[in-house]
Design a protein around this ligand. Structure first.
Ligand SMILES: CC/C=C\C/C=C\C/C=C\C/C=C\C/C=C\C/C=C\C=C\C(=O)SCCNC(=O)CCNC(=O)[C@H](O)C(C)(C)COP(=O)(O)OP(=O)(O)OC[C@H]1O[C@@H](n2cnc3c(N)ncnc32)[C@H](O)[C@@H]1OP(=O)(O)O
Ligand SMILES: NC(=O)C1=CN([C@@H]2O[C@H](COP(=O)(O)OP(=O)(O)OC[C@H]3O[C@@H](n4cnc5c(N)ncnc54)[C@H](OP(=O)(O)O)[C@@H]3O)[C@@H](O)[C@H]2O)C=CC1
Length: 209
């Protein structure tokens, strides 16, 4: 376990996609012991940090996105920092068959899925007048359809019979409207609605949102 940190003392900064050099457990280090989390886009940024924190609480993880080389590097760092297992798998959330194959592989290797983190997303700054039809569609396909595709595959292959938790990473962009973000704001607003609809339909199977 990491050394306790003094109140008010900030942890040392790390490069974006490196693991933390120290960690203060607010919750029990065993909180998620031997659970399994499937994290889309878990090889970089926010997804990588979510993977690290879950692993520091005893969870094993799958990190899934398009770039296997990047994922493999990230998995090595995560395992070295936390002592837990991390399985890197190739997925394009726009292609349900790639998700299906990755979920099958997860269940074969790790035996269960307890937590799904829908974190993968695509975004860039662009005014609506310059945004091509395909650009808008691409972001909706990654952020919104990707979240639905992954949720549906994991539900059908595991959560329907065992329950589980789905966490959708959203954004505040769509709450009030913001320039240059009509694509991402629309996608995340749809995801917020999807979260509520699926909670109503899948709650009775023990799925928490
Ligand atoms: C998001 C902000 C980015 C940079 C920030 C820079 C400065 C910050 C300054 C101020 C901050 C202000 C506001 C805050 C903004 C955002 C914060 C809130 C939410 C953030 C949400 C996020 O999701 S962050 C995650 C970002 N990460 C990624 O996007 C990684 C993955 N991205 C990608 O894979 C690509 O970028 C992709 C999304 C385009 C998908 O790739 P691919 O499938 O290969 O698609 P392409 O074939 O390349 O492109 C498809 C069509 O899209 C058009 N396109 C691509 N890039 C741009 C662009 N930069 N501007 C306009 N159009 C673009 C492309 O031309 C294709 O269309 P065609 O018609 O030509 O076919
Ligand atoms: N950064 C921010 O300021 C904010 C971020 N968010 C949200 O946080 C989450 C993480 O963002 P952040 O860490 O900043 O961004 P990153 O760019 O670091 O992460 C995005 C991840 O998604 C993966 N990804 C992109 N497209 C696909 C795809 N088609 N299939 C599978 N995986 C894909 C990428 O991996 P690969 O390239 O290997 O596919 C990458 O690992 C997103 O949902 C974002 O919308 C919300 C508000 C603000």
């Amino acid at each position: 376990m990491a050394e306790p940190q003094r109140v008010g003392e900030l942890p040392e900064d790390v490069d974006t996609d490196d693991c933390m050099t120290s960690y203060t457990h607010i919750y029990s280090p065993d909180l998620l012991k031997d659970q399994v989390a499937f994290i889309t886009g878990g090889g970089t940024g926010i997804g990588l940090r979510i993977a690290e924190v879950l692993m520091r609480h005893g969870c094993d993880t799958v990190i899934a996105s398009r770039n296997l080389e990047k994922l493999t590097e990230a998995a090595k760092k995560l395992m070295a920092a936390t002592g837990r297992h991390c399985l890197p798998l190739t997925v394009d959330v726009r292609q349900p068959q790639t998700i299906s194959a990755a979920v099958d592989e997860t269940l074969k290797e790790l035996g269960r899925i307890d937590i799904l983190i829908n974190n993968a997303a695509g975004n860039f700054l662009c005014p609506a007048t310059s945004l091509s039809f395909n650009a808008f569609k691409t972001v909706l396909e990654i952020d919104t359809m990707g979240t639905f595709n992954t949720s549906k595959v994991v539900y059908e292959k595991w959560f329907k019979d065992h329950g589980g938790a789905i966490v959708n990473i959203s954004a505040t962009l769509g709450y009030r409207g913001q320039a240059l973000q009509v694509h991402a704001g629309s996608a995340k607003a749809a995801n917020d609605a999807m979260t509520k609809h699926l909670a109503v339909e899948w709650g009775p199977s023990g799925v928490k949102g």
